[in-house]
Design a binder for this molecule. Structure first.
Ligand code: NAI
Length: 332
């Protein structure tokens, strides 16, 4: 029996992890708390920890996990900017789930866009109050408009297909453009200047942090719609707020936020929100915020659980090479 300390466990995580893990001999210690310096002790007696995007896996936590005899860090996410992978190299393997449902994220981006520009969120609230007025609900057609997609990896490509299905013209930017496609790659500046809708699908790195800043927004068309389902820090939220207040940005749809760690995934409805910037963004009539929800489909949850369980078994039981081991990739 392998024991897994499962941090930041939510009710929607358990069914899929039990379905794939129990038959293969995994026993979970589901913990509602996030992994951090104070909670690392809760992994005592476990073979592995299973962590998510807002758990802290820094050098201190990694060293303490090793001292406790934990033998594996299994991320149940694709992104790993919260893990000090280099520090883990040679000490403890780190595995992740590189892809689980790019459709989930691309479809959520389009759902946000349609909700925003057709004012579905406003209409929903109005009709529940028996307010059947159409005033202020005028939207615009996507057909014939230009969508700029930044990052043409797994998710960006699916969004390109979806946008083309709506009759949109698509411009693409990627630091490493894909070969053998018919995508119209342009420099980032051109994409910013010519797009009616801009959707971000590149990873967060030192280079991409705040790629959407005041200067970038200045280049954009008046009324541009900005979608971010990637990582919050791709956008300088203060610059975005200024762009909205200046009526330059027509709408923003954010599934991620730079300072989301303490807020997203939690029910804070009975609390005073300390983050003034997030409060201001949410208060804007043309901003829609979802709390890192883009991945959340049945298909994605099943794929995440199946791959994570396989990663754990491969490393801890069979001892075979695991294609999803980050520490192997980083030490090469
Ligand atoms: P991917 O690795 O398949 O594609 C990323 C693309 O970004 C690649 O084509 C790469 O060449 C490009 N890229 C790298 N550096 C760049 C730069 N400096 N400028 C422009 N493009 C650059 O990744 P995938 O699966 O498409 O995911 C994209 C992002 O979506 C992830 O990095 C992750 O942060 C985010 N994500 C968000 C989820 C959510 O629930 N909101 C769920 C899953 C992923």
């Amino acid at each position: 029996m392998l024991k897994i300390a499962f941090y930041d466990a939510k009710p929607y995580d358990r069914p899929s992890f039990e379905k794939y893990g129990a038959p293969r001999g995994l026993e979970y210690r589901f913990l509602e708390t996030k992994l951090n310096h104070d909670t690392v002790e809760l992994a005592h007696g476990c073979d592995a920890v299973c962590v998510f995007v807002n758990d802290t896996v820094d050098a201190f936590v990694i060293d303490r996990l090793c001292e406790l005899g934990v033998r594996l860090i299994a991320l149940r996410s694709a992104g790993f900017n919260n893990v000090d992978v280099l520090h883990a190299c040679g000490k403890i393997p780190v595995v992740r789930v590189p892809a689980y449902s790019p459709y989930a994220v691309a479809e959520h981006a389009m759902a946000l866009l349609l909700t925003s520009i057709r004012r579905i969120h406003k209409a929903y609230n109005r009709t529940r109050e028996f307010n059947f007025s159409l005033n202020g609900l005028t939207g615009f057609d996507l057909h014939g408009k230009t969508m700029g997609v930044v990052g043409t990896g797994k998710i960006g490509r699916i969004l390109i297909d979806i946008a083309r299905g709506f009759g949109m013209h698509v411009l693409a930017y990627d630091k490493f453009p894909a070969r053998g496609t018919d995508y119209e790659y342009v420099p980032l500046e051109t994409l910013l200047e010519r797009s009616d809708v801009i959707s971000l699908h590149c990873p967060l790195t030192d280079e991409t942090r705040h790629m959407i800043n005041a200067e970038a927004i200045e280049r954009m068309k008046k009324g541009v719609v900005i979608l971010n389902t990637s990582r919050g820090a791709l956008i300088d939220a203060d610059a975005l707020l200024e762009g909205i207040k200046a009526r330059k940005v027509g709408a923003a749809c954010l599934d991620v936020y730079e300072e989301e760690a303490d807020v997203f995934f939690e029910d804070r409805s009975g609390h005073i929100l300390n983050d003034d910037r997030l409060s201001r963004l949410i208060s804007m009539p043309n901003v829609i915020v979802t709390s890192h929800q883009a991945f959340l489909t049945e298909e994605a949850l099943n794929n995440i659980a199946e791959t994570t369980v396989q990663n754990i078994i491969t490393i801890l039981e069979t001892g075979e090479e695991c294609p999803n081991e980050l520490t192997k990739q980083y030490s090469n």
